[in-house]
Design a protein around this ligand. Structure first.
Ligand SMILES: [Zn+2]
Length: 207
């Protein structure tokens, strides 16, 4: 295509920009639509360990994208996008997306704090959960190197939330939603594109 001049050129540029924006928005929507919600059966399934040589490259990529495209998502378990494997993505210190493979909590420590939490799978539903403000976790990183590390405050809370998805199927927010026996809001069933914060933390811990 040849180059355009003057008005036409800027018109074409604007159209190009708006096309690119639309494209990236629809791509975002497509990625965010992967998040399973409410009473989707997979959300209640326990997750199984990732095998030694299992290729989870695409899963990790998808999880990273979901977290970074979601408005306020700070944690995601693989089962939330339909893969019942023990993999977590967490936005540590609210900024770095970190992948944890086959994580398990070895020690719960510190004070028990009240944490106000939300979950990407239960949008607009929030509840207060008791959490330890310090945990020691064993996990593998994306290179499958084994680590044992202590996490405190915000990070400890996000990881405890996500571990719930792996360990028991439903996370604590999901359990509370189920316990209250409320129906998913109608607009959430129709419109899948509204995503709210996953984990909001209210803690009195001092890091
Ligand atoms: Zn959750």
């Amino acid at each position: 295509m040849g180059r355009l001049k003057g008005k036409n050129k800027s018109k074409a540029r604007n159209k190009k920009r708006s096309d690119a924006r639309k494209k990236s928005e629809s791509y975002k929507k497509k990625i965010l639509a992967k998040i399973l919600k409410w009473d989707e059966p997979v959300l209640s399934e326990k997750c199984i360990a990732v095998e030694k040589d299992e290729d989870i490259h695409n899963l990790i990529k998808d999880m990273g994208r979901v977290i970074s495209f979601s408005k306020n998502g700070v944690g995601l378990a693989a089962s939330q996008i339909g893969v019942t494997k023990r993999v977590i993505a967490a936005m540590l210190d609210k900024k770095n997306i970190t992948i944890f493979i086959n994580p398990e909590i070895l020690i719960h420590n510190g004070d028990v704090i009240k944490s106000r939490e939300m979950c990407l799978s239960f949008p607009n539903f929030e509840c207060v959960i008791d959490r330890y403000d310090t945990i020691t976790m064993r996990y593998e990183d994306i290179d499958r190197e084994l680590h044992t590390k202590e996490f405190k405050g915000f990070n400890a809370i996000v990881l405890q939330h996500e571990l719930g998805h792996l360990r028991e199927g439903l996370c604590d927010v999901g359990k509370e939603w189920k316990r209250q026996n409320t129906l998913p809001p109608v607009e959430e069933i129709v419109e899948q594109e509204e995503y709210e914060p996953s984990v909001k933390v209210e803690s009195n811990s001092s890091e």
